[in-house]
Design a protein around this ligand. Structure first.
Ligand code: TYD
Length: 131
């Protein structure tokens, strides 16, 4: 599956923690866009799409949520519940986000600007694209 967990580096001392990702060590692309999802009621699921070309890195600096990943053959569930644990998702992976804890912020770093034509929003189309 074109998705994997990434560990951000963390410097910790008595003042707290500082975590960072840096191209190309543990951030595999140059970031062109950042967006974040928050105040998601726990009963809602979001996502329901894949991308044709976009690469993304997702993490929860605050709180936690789960992600279902599906490449058309295999499915797996990933829990994002640590500020220094991120998930890389490449093209061709269907994702759904759910079980947002109250006050969660899901940060997403993206390799390109927003382009609706890069989305596959129908699961039927997704199955056709990934063959
Ligand atoms: P949507 O794709 O429904 O979010 P999710 O994948 O979490 O279910 O996005 C909500 C709206 O925001 C939709 O109209 C597209 C818009 N949007 C932007 O304008 N720019 C962006 O960078 C993103 C990610 C979404």
């Amino acid at each position: 599956m074109n998705a994997r967990l990434i560990s951000f580096d963390t410097h910790s001392d008595e003042r707290g923690h500082l975590s960072f990702g840096e191209f190309s060590n543990n951030l595999p692309f140059l970031v062109k866009r950042v967006y974040y999802i928050y105040d998601v009621p726990s009963k809602y699921r979001r996502g329901y799409h894949a991308h044709l070309k976009l690469e993304q890195v997702c993490f929860c600096p605050i709180g936690s949520c789960k992600m279902l990943l599906d490449d058309g053959t295999f499915k797996k569930e990933v829990v994002l519940d640590k500020p220094d644990s991120a998930l890389y998702i490449g093209p061709g992976v269907w994702r759904e986000m759910y079980d947002f804890e109250p006050n969660t912020v899901l940060m997403v770093l993206a390799s390109d600007v927003y382009d609706e034509s890069d989305y596959i929003r129908s699961y039927e189309d997704f199955k056709e694209v990934v063959g």
